[in-house]
Design a protein around this ligand. Structure first.
Ligand SMILES: [Zn+2]
Length: 404
């Protein structure tokens, strides 16, 4: 049995409650005790957390390991599939190095790569986060992976069977999540963020098949119409939610116990700061920014669970910068640092489907832990620099230990 005692740190347990002094005892993959002072035997390794705050490991709720670019390596996105699999694994390791002990995928052109890295990470023979694997982003007409033309529902007849077949085929591949692009994306094809891509009966067919096959659905949805439709059909995770109107906000608030929203600020920030390719009018970057800065605080106020994750994985927005979302939750959306951390921990654990064992520092929970030098509950930017992490532990295994 491997056991660790983390002592002298203040503990932020993930619930949003203030950090308090406590000792935390880990045995094998679990936290077994959180108490004022814990006595241990000689076999327990003691980690001194003086001057640090211990938090649950971070959880990215909208991760794209397959986009392939990290702070260490830039992908040109034209690599052969074999290399893309390696890039997916590489990005997982970089994410873990940056304190993300779990990730919920937002889609990958190679679903099989996600299923493979999920296994490798879980079995511990490659370093990476606890992982939920996703399909490629199903788009209108279920064309082919990587075809992002977003023609909209006006130009094609409804075809519920092909949508159901897509969900089923992805379930056969072993993914946890099927991703549907309910709207286009203006950052990819100008002017399409508010163009609906699925007929309502197609979404109903997807939802029925997903229930039958035991996979979750995630919707990429910018427009009010798409968000409302997603909630109505019981979609579990909604990405962007940019142009939610009062009706959509009310629908999300009414569904707050079963829905998660990833407002995805990271990619907006990256576009606004991309000097090499400044955003064009048709990308609607400024409108997207202004609208989400109204919508996200309102959703938070209404008790909707926001999760972090910002479409990291592009060269201009690489994996490794993911904790920037925490800062944007504070600076753009007005959450306190503790509230932002709760989105990245407790709510992330719930999004992963492991709410009763992941995302909090409580006895019985998985030992996914970060020891942060300084106090991220007063300075959230500390989470952006992994040099501030004295310890990264995932499932009771030490990924990094850097005392002093
Ligand atoms: Zn995405």
């Amino acid at each position: 049995m491997t056991s660790y005692l983390i002592t002298n740190a203040r503990v932020f347990d993930g619930s949003g409650a203030p950090a308090e002094h406590a000792d935390v005892l880990v045995e094998n993959d679990r936290i077994i005790m959180v108490a004022d002072r814990i006595e241990t035997g000689p076999d327990t390794r003691v980690i001194d957390g003086a001057g640090c705050v211990l938090t649950p490991g971070l959880i990215d709720g909208h991760a794209h390991l397959g986009f392939g670019s990290s702070v260490e390596h830039v992908s040109d996105r034209t690599e052969p599939d074999e290399e893309k699999v390696l890039l997916t694994a590489h990005c997982g390791r970089v994410l873990l190095d940056h304190g993300f002990t779990s990730a919920y995928s937002g889609g990958n052109r190679l679903p099989g790569a996600e299923v493979a890295v999920r296994k490798a990470f879980a079995e511990g023979w490659m370093p990476g986060p606890r992982f939920r694997a996703a399909s490629w982003e199903g788009s209108a007409g279920m064309v082919s992976p990587g075809q992002y033309d977003f023609p909209g529902t006006d130009v094609r007849p409804s075809d519920p069977q092909s949508v159901a077949d897509f969900v089923s085929a992805m379930a056969d591949r072993g993914v946890d999540i099927v991703k549907l692009s309910l709207t286009g994306e203006s950052a990819v094809v100008e002017g399409t963020s508010r163009v609906l891509q699925f007929h309502p009966e197609e979404l109903a067919a997807a939802a029925a098949t997903a229930r039958e096959r035991g996979v979750w659905l995630t919707a990429h949805a910018h427009s009010a119409e798409a968000i409302t439709m997603a909630v109505e059909h019981g979609i579990r995770a909604i990405y962007h939610a940019t142009f939610a109107d009062q009706t959509a906000i009310d629908a999300l608030a009414a569904a707050r116990d079963r829905v998660f929203v990833a407002p995805t600020p990271g990619i907006i920030w990256a576009h606004l700061h991309d000097m090499e390719h400044p955003p064009t009018e048709g990308m609607e970057t400024q409108e997207t920014f202004e609208s989400i800065c109204r919508v996200a605080p309102e959703l938070h106020k209404r008790g909707v669970r926001l999760v972090i994750g910002g479409d990291y994985g592009f060269g201009f927005n690489p994996i490794g910068r993911n904790a920037r979302d925490l800062r944007l939750f504070v600076e753009w959306f007005g959450l306190s640092p503790a509230e932002a951390l709760r989105c990245a921990t407790e709510f992330g654990g719930q999004l992963m489907g492991l709410g009763d064992e992941l995302g909090l520092i409580r006895p019985g929970y998985l030992a996914d832990l970060l020891l942060v030098r300084g106090d991220p509950t007063t300075d959230i930017t500390l989470m952006q620099d992994p040099a501030n992490f004295a310890l990264i532990m995932a499932g009771g295994r030490v990924h990094k230990l850097d005392p002093s």
